[in-house]
Ligand binder design. Structure first.
Ligand code: C2E
Length: 353
C-alpha cells in the first residue's frame, strides 16, 4: 500500500493521528507493537522533530525498521522511557482488535474454502446421480454448508462493527491525549510545547506566504507578591482570570498560550504590530478595570495589572530572535513602571546595542 505521508500530514487533525501512523507503518512494513506505534504517532504528529528526521533518514537509506531500530530510537528520542499510559492502553486495545479481526477473517476464509469444495463435490454428485434420493441429499448438504458460511459471515460482520467502534473510541482517546499534551491544565490555554511548535510553524508559513506576523508576551505585574499575600489558590484564580481575557482576545486564528508561570503569549499570524498593540491595550485595560473579589468573603483582592511587549517579525527572523525581542519589550514595560505595552526594537537597533 502506498501512502503519501506529506498529504496525510497536511491536515494534522489529531484524531487522524493514529490512523495515519498505522497507514505509514504499514506502508513501511513496520510491525505494530506498542513502542513502534508511539514512535510513529510522534513521527506523524511532529514532522520536524529530531525523531521524525531520524526516521526519514532511515527510510531514505532503505534500512528496515526492526525491533532493535525501534528500541534505539525510543531510547534516544523518548528519553523518559515513560510511554504515555493512554497511548499504551490505546496500543493494547488496537493490538487485541487486530488479533480478533485477523482470527475472524481466517475463520471466514477457511469456511469459504470449505464451502467451495462442498459446491464442487455437490456438482459432481448431481452430474453422476440420477435418483431423487441423491438429489435430495445433495440439496440438504448444500443447505447445511450455506448455513455454516452464513453464520461465519455474521460473526465476521459483528467483529468488524465492534472493531470499527473500538477504533473510533481509540481515535477519540488519542485525540484527548494530544489535546492534554498541548494544553495547560490550570488555564486551559495552549501550553509551552504547543506554543513553541506553533511559533515555529507560523514563522515558516509567514516566510512561505511572504506575510508578516507579530508575537506578544504578557506578564502579570507583581504576581509573586500577590501570591504571597493571598495564597496560591487565589493566585491560581488570578492566573485563570487573566488567561480567560487573553484567551478571548487571542482566539483562533491567533494563538494564546501560557508561556511560563505568570507569563502568557499571543501569536498573531499575518497581523502587524499596530493590530497587536490595540489588542494588548484592550487586554490590559480589561484586566485592570475589573476588581476581583475573594469569593468566600467578598473581600476586595485589589487591582491586577499586566505588562506587555510585542515584536513584529522581520522576514527571515528566527522564532528565537522574535521571542527575545518581544521579551526585551516586555521588560522595557516593566522598567518603565508596569501596566503598559511596549513595542520591540527593530533588529538593527538590537544588534547595535
Ligand atoms: P471560575 O471560578 O472557574 O469561573 C468560571 C466562570 O464562571 C467565570 O469566568 C464567570 O463567568 C463565572 N463565575 C464563576 N463564579 C462566579 C461568580 O461568583 N460571579 C459571577 N458573576 N460569575 C462567576 P471569568 O469571569 O472569565 O473568570 C475566569 C476565572 O477567573 C474564574 O474561573 C476564576 O478562577 C477567576 N476569577 C474571575 N473573577 C474572579 C473573582 O472575582 N474572584 C476570584 N477569586 N476569582 C475570579
Amino acid at each position: 500500500m502506498s501512502v503519501d505521508v506529506q498529504t496525510a500530514l497536511r491536515s494534522p487533525r489529531s484524531y487522524d493521528l493514529a490512523k495515519t501512523a498505522l497507514e505509514v507503518m504499514e506502508a513501511n512494513q513496520v510491525w505494530p507493537t506498542v513502542r513502534n506505534f508511539e514512535l510513529w504517532v510522534h513521527y506523524v504528529a511532529e514532522k520536524e522533530s529530531p525523531l521524525a528526521q531520524e526516521i526519514d533518514r532511515l527510510l531514505a537509506a532503505g534500512e528496515p525498521f526492526t525491533e532493535t531500530v525501534g528500541a534505539e530510537l525510543a531510547a534516544m528520542f523518548l528519553p523518559e522511557a515513560k510511554l504515555n499510559g493512554d497511548i499504551l492502553e490505546a496500543g493494547d486495545v488496537l493490538s487485541k482488535e487486530l488479533q480478533s479481526v485477523t482470527a475472524a477473517i481466517e475463520t471466514a476464509q477457511k469456511s469459504s474454502e470449505e464451502y467451495g469444495q462442498e459446491l464442487a463435490i455437490a456438482s459432481g454428485r448431481l452430474q453422476d446421480g440420477d435418483d431423487a434420493g441423491e438429489v435430495k441429499a445433495v440439496v440438504k448438504d448444500l443447505a447445511e454448508a450455506t448455513k455454516k458460511v452464513q453464520g461465519e459471515t455474521a460473526v465476521l460482520e459483528t467483529q468488524l462493527a465492534e472493531t470499527t467502534a473500538e477504533l473510533g473510541r481509540l481515535r477519540e482517546s488519542l485525540d484527548q491525549v494530544r489535546r492534554d499534551a498541548m494544553t495547560d491544565g490550570l488555564t486551559n490555554l495552549a501550553n509551552r510545547k504547543a506554543f513553541d511548535e506553533r511559533l515555529e510553524s507560523t514563522c515558516g508559513k509567514a516566510d512561505a506566504d511572504g506575510e508578516g506576523m507579530t508575537l506578544a508576551i504578557i506578564d502579570i505585574d507583581h504576581f509573586k507578591g500577590f501570591n504571597d499575600a493571598w495564597g496560591h489558590q487565589i493566585g491560581d484564580q488570578v492566573l485563570r482570570y487573566v488567561a480567560s481575557v487573553i484567551g478571548r482576545m487571542g482566539a483562533t486564528p491567533r494563538m494564546a498560550a501560557r508561556y511560563g508561570g505568570e507569563e502568557f503569549a499571543i501569536i498573531f499570524p499575518a497581523e502587524n504590530g499596530r493590530i497587536a498593540k490595540a489588542v494588548l491595550e484592550e487586554i490590559r485595560e480589561e484586566v485592570s478595570s475589573r476588581s476581583l473579589k475573594r469569593r468566600s468573603t467578598n473581600e476586595d483582592l485589589g487591582a491586577i495589572t499586566v505588562s506587555a511587549g510585542y515584536a513584529e517579525r522581520i522576514a527571515g527572523e528566527s522564532a528565537m530572535s522574535l521571542v527575545e525581542r518581544a521579551d526585551a519589550a516586555l521588560y522595557a514595560s516593566k522598567h518603565a513602571g508596569r501596566n503598559r505595552t511596549t513595542a520591540a526594537q527593530p533588529m538593527a537597533a538590537v544588534a547595535a546595542a
